[in-house]
Design a protein. Structure first.
Length: 261
């Protein structure tokens, strides 16, 4: 566990594993680097992996001030600067995909190839989850947790995997930081800058994702100039974990091909 300090004095915890060209893995809203624990090793055949704890999560500082996906992208740049990494591939899922959009559009010289998973352009163009999903997540605990599990994973997976589930949020995160993360994700709107993304891009999404509807995938793929799309049949929001046998090779093959261009 190491730390980088941002321009506004916030300490961001980061973690490096493996060897090879760097691949930055960006987790979902209100989650720390443990989001990737189940699949991180999949990428070490070809890459070193770099994760971080967003401000407000994990071992990073937790200032009670507004957060934004663009600000999280600046924090990623601070970590890359700390490590002397001029250019890295980026794989962001859920809110991490929103952060990755800002990285690729605003810092094009720092991004090699881009994978956007189960994410959205946000704003008025993004497709929001339906009211039934919202109501299920607003239930008292433990019903809300069960609803979130069922949005993340299929019944078959839940019946055979008892956890721990690392995609349900940082359990030690302060309540105010959770609210700040929710606001950052809800206020994301990258529609106008998506055409500025010059990196070769792969958009991945599960067809049965209701947490972040799969209809967002073609919006991104059509808006980003050098993008392709792959939908994983039957997968829900945590496609990258439950369907890792499909998703990880797709990402690795894409990154290898992009590197050869």
């Amino acid at each position: 566990m190491r730390h980088a300090t941002t321009s506004d004095g916030v300490r961001i915890a980061y973690q490096i594993e493996g060897q090879g060209p760097p691949l930055v893995l960006l987790s979902g809203q209100a989650n720390d680097h443990h989001w990737w624990d189940g699949v991180r090793n999949d990428f070490h055949s070809a890459h070193s992996t770099l994760t971080l704890d967003y401000r407000g999560t994990g071992e990073s500082d937790k200032p009670d001030q507004p957060y934004s996906t663009a600000g999280f992208a600046q924090d990623v740049i601070a970590v890359l600067d700390e490590l002397g990494i001029d250019r890295a591939d980026i794989y962001g899922t859920s809110m991490g995909g929103r952060v990755a959009q800002h990285l690729a559009a605003r810092y094009p010289d720092r991004v090699g190839a881009l994978v956007l998973g189960c994410t959205s352009p946000g704003g008025t163009h993004g497709i929001e989850r339906d009211n039934e999903v919202r109501k299920s997540l607003a239930q008292p605990q433990p019903a809300a947790r069960q609803a979130l599990l069922e949005l993340m994973y299929t019944p078959a997976w839940l019946a055979t995997h008892q956890g721990p589930y690392n995609t349900l949020g940082d359990p030690d995160m302060p309540a105010y930081a959770k609210r700040r993360h929710l606001a950052a994700s809800n206020q994301h709107d990258a529609w106008d800058i998506l055409p500025d993304i010059a990196a070769p891009t792969l958009v991945l999404h599960g067809t049965d994702d209701r947490f972040n509807p799969a209809a967002n995938a073609p919006l991104l793929a059509q808006r980003i100039p050098f993008a392709s799309m792959h939908l994983i049949p039957g997968a829900r929001h945590a496609y990258f974990e439950e369907f890792r046998a499909i998703a990880s090779p797709l990402a690795l093959d894409f990154l290898a091909t992009a590197r050869q261009r």
